[in-house]
Design a protein around this ligand. Structure first.
Ligand SMILES: Cc1cc2nc3c(=O)[nH]c(=O)nc-3n(C[C@H](O)[C@H](O)[C@H](O)COP(=O)(O)OP(=O)(O)OC[C@H]3O[C@@H](n4cnc5c(N)ncnc54)[C@H](O)[C@@H]3O)c2cc1C
Length: 585
């Protein structure tokens, strides 16, 4: 690592590690851990009741639960077994921009992406068993009552209220944090689900909590409860190794006669009969096309981009758009509209000097120390105005974080990364991401062509609603008060400005300065939702409107983004979808 001194050498190092890891992948050294696949010839002839498309965050749960209820299920996944770098949390950085990442390209006019190496953002998503849960940061956050009330309004169904979905969150979870288990918050947690949840234990978080308390902030033991404003130690789906929906539902020991799994098999179309009933799917594997049949239902769990893509390729989508792509229209629905994501803006605090070489990093831990804050500007408010997720990085190597493009979500220009590196060298650092929990701007996902191989066109349209930008400026002005606290001053904290050339003409901290900073440094947080939204594309039981025997169960059905990350809410959707399917059996 000593030779990493700038963005170019860091990129070269990252890609050499990724190449080495991909060689390990070809040796299939982790294959023994995962559910084996079925013989494709058997699947063509088999009589399945259900086909689930995508063994990702939600899909693995839907298929697993259906099979536990003795339904005959075929689960089809485009990716393969999770490789070694997905198992050790400390290697998670190498999963992005790798072969198990779809690396979707997201444009977002009218921003000119001045700060990015390429003129677009990247939306990461896992192409692997467990889907994005296999490459995520594993932060386990559920969202608040108001978040789910918006879903109730969109779906016109009270079963999506916070009180009513709580049992589905609990069903997947095995909370193992003793402090929570010994507290009244225990009632909000699952104790015997298949997915272990733990809490950040590192000491630095206490120091940060003293700082926010000086500013009047409340420290809460458990923000995955009925308490919705405050700061807390982050909860993760991590115990020595990554816990994902693949480790929870698709381990070698989960093998069941009811569940058949096909890996490295890409569904290209849903087959609808003359009455618009879904009766099966077409899929490609090793360059051969196959047809698989389902007697009851097809469930699409291919994620926020590929679920709308598959619907549109099958004739379900906006009429004009499908006609323009030469696709026969089966049902005219606003598929692909309502795309939205959290926008985060990174703030770099240089803290005290440090010449310490950190002891060997433990790859079983997440590499940085996380803090979480749901912050209300008016403290009497019950719901957060903005969300802070922060990483402390310690020791003389802390400066390397901005060089590793994988550590942030987007490829900032080399000059930005090099400036951050130079200015943070031999100092401890705090990187804070300030996100707008409820953006109003909406983008679109449309087909590039009628060929399944082509990536869809994604227009993020971020901050196109002026109020999103104005709110973000408020959030940054409120957040950066932390610089003036006694502890930060004692640490000699400095707010770094890596875009001095671009925004230096404005007084630092002024609204004009922050507007300029946001326009340059903002990036989507990989929490994209909304492209097959409940209320407009699917009903409250997740059935595609105007079609029989077809549901969508993944992050795409979320009508309004929750204030938090979408990992735990998507697992909840998987559990609720499975429960609704089982009820309708
Ligand atoms: C890098 C990253 C970090 C994140 N970190 C966090 C976090 O820490 N906390 C948080 O709350 N949220 C986080 N998120 C967001 C969260 O993980 C996702 O929103 C959620 O996992 C999405 O789940 P899903 O079921 O909708 O899709 P996915 O989990 O992506 O599953 C879709 C699956 O379908 C498969 N598939 C797609 N097309 C086809 C096809 N045609 N045929 C067959 N299979 C197909 C895919 O390969 C994939 O396995 C993160 C996301 C990413 C990408």
């Amino acid at each position: 690592m000593e030779h990493i001194t700038n963005a170019a050498s860091s990129d070269a190092y990252t890609s050499s590690v990724q190449n080495a890891l991909s060689v390990l992948t070809t040796l299939h050294i982790t294959s023994y851990m995962w559910m084996p696949e079925t013989d494709v010839k058997d699947s063509v002839d088999a009589e399945y009741e259900y086909i689930v498309v995508g063994a990702g965050t939600a899909g693995a749960i839907v298929a697993g639960r259906l099979a536990q209820s003795q339904a005959r299920v075929l689960l089809i996944e485009a990716g393969g077994d999770p490789p070694i770098e997905t198992i050790y949390p400390g290697l998670a950085l190498y999963t992005r921009w790798s072969e198990i990442d779809y690396n979707f390209t997201v444009s977002s006019q009218p921003y000119h992406h001045d700060c990015l190496e390429e003129p677009y953002f990247t939306l990461h998503a896992g192409k692997v068993l467990g889907g994005s849960s296999t490459i995520s940061i594993m932060l386990y956050e559920r969202g608040n009552k108001q978040d789910f009330q918006r879903w109730v309004t969109a779906s016109n169904d009270d079963s999506w209220s916070w009180e009513n979905v709580l049992k589905y969150f609990k069903r997947t979870e095995k909370m193992e944090d003793q402090a929570i288990l010994n507290s009244p918050y225990r009632q909000y947690h699952g104790l015997d689900g298949p997915l272990i949840v733990t809490r950040e234990t590192r000491m630095e978080v206490d120091a940060y909590h003293s700082i926010v308390q000086q500013l009047g902030g409340k420290v809460i033991l458990d923000l995955n409860s009925n308490e919705t404003v405050g700061y807390s130690r982050a909860q993760y789906t991590l115990k020595d190794y990554r816990q994902s929906t693949a480790t929870a539902f698709l381990k070698a020991s989960d093998t069941s006669t009811y569940l058949h799994l096909l890996k490295n098999t890409e569904v290209t179309k849903i087959i609808l009969d003359d009455n618009n009933r879904a009766v099966g799917v077409k899929a490609k594997r090793n360059n051969k096309m196959y047809t698989f049949n389902a007697s009851k239902e097809v469930i699409l769990s291919a994620g926020v981009i590929n679920s709308p893509k598959l619907l549109m390729l099958s004739g379900i989508g906006p009429k004009e758009h499908l006609e323009c792509k030469g696709i026969e229209v089966k049902v005219d629905l606003p598929v692909g509209k309502n795309y939205h994501d959290h926008i985060g803006v990174v703030i770099a605090h240089r803290l005290q000097k440090s010449n310490e070489t950190l002891t060997q990093v433990d790859v079983r831990e997440y590499p940085t120390t996380a803090i979480i804050g749901y912050v209300a500007i008016n403290e009497s408010k019950k719901y957060p105005d903005y969300v802070l997720s922060g990483h402390f990085v310690y020791g003389k190597d802390a400066a390397k974080l901005p060089l590793q493009e994988n550590a942030f979500y987007d490829r900032y220009r080399s000059c930005i990364r090099n400036t951050l590196y130079r200015e943070s060298k031999r100092h401890n650092m705090l990187y804070a991401f300030i996100s707008n929990p409820t953006p109003l701007s909406r983008g679109t996902v449309t087909l590039r062509s009628s060929h399944y191989k082509d990536q869809p066109v994604i227009d993020g349209n971020f901050c196109s609603v002026e109020v999103d930008l104005e709110h973000h400026i408020d959030f940054l002005q409120h957040y950066t008060r932390v610089q003036n606290t006694e502890i930060f001053m004692q640490l000699g904290s400095k707010l770094l400005n890596p875009i001095e050339k671009k925004c230096g003409k404005y007084e630092m901290g002024s609204r004009k300065f922050w507007r300029c900073y946001i326009m340059c440094m903002m990036s989507p947080r990989n929490h994209a939702v909304g492209t097959c939204a409940m209320g407009s594309v699917v009903d409250s039981k997740l059935r595609v409107l105007g079609v029989q025997g077809l549901r969508v169960a993944d992050a795409s059905i979320i009508p309004v983004i929750p204030s938090v990350g979408t990992y735990a809410p998507t697992m909840m959707i998987g559990e609720k979808a499975a429960s609704m399917l089982i009820e309708d059996m």
